[in-house]
Design a protein around this ligand. Sequence first.
Ligand SMILES: [Cu+2]
Length: 263
Amino acid sequence: MVLATIVLGVIQSVILLQFNWFGDDASVEAGPIDTLLDVTVVISSFVFAIVCVALGYALIKWRAKPGDESDGLPIHGNTKLEIIWTIIPVIIVLGLGGYSWAVLNDIEKKDDNAVRVNAYAQQFAWTFGYPEDGNKWSEGILHVPVNRQLIVDLQAQDVIHSFWVPDWRIKMDAVPGLATEVIVTPDKEGTYPLICVELCGVGHTTMRALVVVQSQEEYEAWLKKQTTEVPEDLLLTGDQYREAQAKKEEQSGGIEGSGVIEE
Ligand SMILES: [Cu+2]
């Protein structure tokens, strides 16, 4: 049985690892994320193999003889077995949880040299602000430099949206009134789809944009050519949010300056 389980687990793992589940990879973060998925696939394959072999063994070994209509034995649990099948899954889940935490912790480290972009999400479009150079604005297309960390501040204008670039493997929700950000280092030049992956209304499926990853020089040249600035009404939502946050901090800080708590 042990041998059958190992053989089945190995065969399943080998087959499942042949698939390129997430498509091409175009970020530094894609490597560790894909490895995490592969480890999960292999562990799941062996768990599935244990279940299949145990089930197959039971079906053959304890099959009722033809004509045997009698009841089965009155079995009343098995404490040892129950402890084992509780502890092993707990170890697996905690182990994978710790591993995932370590990967996330590692890929979310911020770089001082990162380029910052604002992504404004609204029903049903993405637009982008570039605070590094006059707060320029682009609609439906995000330009970023290659091999430089990118921090995208997500700003939802109406409902919850979600920023996902499959080739980067990174996905993050944009929530009204909440500051969330995408941290990623694109490492391959090219054009990639950006997809909203939070059902945000009737036009949700059309809420897509393009990401253009290019060299630092090309990126700067493109940014220089842009003339439109981020419209006021888009800025307002962000500013209002920051104002509210500042007020809150003042209040929790107590005594001075809030102008709200008098007596
Ligand atoms: Cu959306």
